[in-house]
Design a binder for this molecule. Sequence first.
Ligand code: PEP
Ligand code: MN
Length: 266
Amino acid sequence: MHSSQLSTKPVSVGSTVIGGKQLTIISGPCAIETATQIEQCAQFSKEQHCHILRGGAFKPRSSPHDFQGLGINGLELLMAAARQVQLPVVTELLDIRHLDTYLELGIDMIQVGSRNMQNYELLKELGQIQVPVLLKRGMAATIKEWLLAAEYIVQGGNEQIVLCERGIRSFEPNYRNMLDISAIPSLKNTTHFPVIVDPSHACGQAHFVNSLAKAAIAAGADGLLIEIHPTPNQALSDAEQALTFPAFKQLYEELQPLAIAVGRVL
Ligand code: PEP
Ligand code: MN
């Protein structure tokens, strides 16, 4: 019920505010691969009026044989590309030993990935700093567990948390995860944190992203995290779910009237 909705406390990331009337679009590749690839994504994201550039430098891959990311060098490429177009960045922190480097480089927002949502020592450390945190839902976490994870960060004094629904494990093998649309109104009823949705990791297939993104905005999400790639078929991670630039453009156009319909702006 709308009457029981709590007010959302906006979180600032660079010059962007997440959780206000304006929907926040986070875009970029799964992994930073080359300077050219991330520069192209940065340029495109800026042209498309996206608000935050994403890209992973430390990748939590299921297989140790798969591309693990460019590490610190990847972070440097991400920052250089983002600063050129004046966008803030969000990137995943996998290991607490890297935190100082993230802070030195001026990473604008730190992502805690699904696999680390219950890494409590990591969460406690993030409570000690004043950098916004994008806390993704654990793939098998209940909403209560997710909110308790956020509490770990808040307890240390950092209240700049944005929750990201990215799909949960289900028995259905036809898509990577199951997007929990109900999580959006549920969170809106129980927390002040802005809520964004990542349809890319939820479905795992580019041709599904559009529908899920629209469903998320219709359900009241404060924004979206979308994986894009200049040449998805050559992507080193999550190739199947990355949108081409033209596909993203189309999604953006379709989101515009929807945003207005739910009283938001894109
Ligand atoms: C990602 O954002 O690239 C990622 C690994 O996401 P998740 O933690 O949701 O799997
Ligand atoms: Mn990914």
